[in-house]
Design a protein around this ligand. Structure first.
Ligand SMILES: [Zn+2]
Length: 237
């Protein structure tokens, strides 16, 4: 599946399938959402994933689901940008610290200016189309993302969020194993490689691609789906 620049797409990925996100034409940042295909209320929990694994994810890290579930939704199996690590400024790739560009923040910062191709809107539109639900209903399911290929960090002196040009190049990819039946949503950010501008049509943008692979059955002989965390949900009452 190709995600054209400044748009979003959703795709069903069954448990036990590998999905690979790549830059087929050039450097491009993607904003990733995950949902349990059987229950959109269980979705990717960016904050808990950050607490468990760190600010930036790579091979071996898992993408956890929201409470009251908390289980791995996907595991990163390969990352061609794993070499990047944390650079001299504290920047890394594939973060769970930023959110997603959205038209509400843009309107606040730009005297009410309206821009319609932010990742938040792209994901909203993609989910509405994929599940055949109303746009406003779809919007409520959009959540904080894994910023695929994005290079971000916090400044050493003031602790403020920054972004810099993505090191991703044509052919770079990150690959995941779906741990449960997923709806995968991906937006090709209007910021392109996110070197500077967002929320406009000024940046050079490229498509993203998602390829699905079915592992050899023997490769999954040790693999099993994990249940949600074993809390009784009584909350002491
Ligand atoms: Zn974006």
């Amino acid at each position: 599946m190709t995600v054209p620049p400044r748009t979003g797409r959703c795709i069903d990925v069954p448990a036990g399938t590998l999905f690979r996100i790549s830059c087929p034409d050039g450097s491009q940042v993607g904003d990733l959402n995950l949902w349990n295909a059987a229950d959109l209320g269980e979705r990717f929990f960016s904050g808990k994933t950050r607490a468990l694994h760190g600010t930036h994810l790579t091979t071996g890290d898992r993408l956890w689901s929201t409470l009251p579930h908390l289980r791995p939704m996907a595991t990163i199996t390969h990352d061609t940008l794993g070499w990047y690590g944390i650079d001299e400024f504290g920047g890394g790739v594939h973060d769970v610290i930023g959110t997603r560009c959205d038209p509400y923040t843009h309107a606040l910062l730009s005297n009410g200016a309206q821009y319609h191709h932010c990742c938040h809107s792209n994901l909203t539109s993609a989910l509405a189309d994929h599940r055949q639900i109303a746009l406003q209903d779809a919007e409520l399911h959009i959540h904080d993302v894994l910023n695929v290929f994005m290079c971000t960090g916090f400044t050493r002196d003031t602790g403020q969020y920054f972004m810099k040009a993505s090191p991703a190049r044509q052919g770079d990819h990150i690959e995941f194993l779906a741990e449960i039946d997923l709806v995968v949503g991906l937006s090709a950010c209007p910021g392109g490689n996110c070197a500077s501008t967002h929320s406009s049509d000024e940046a050079i943008c490229h498509p993203l691609q998602i390829d699905l692979f079915h592992p050899q059955p023997a490769a999954l002989s040790q693999w099993q789906q994990l249940n949600p965390a074993p809390y009784d949900r009584s909350h002491g009452r």
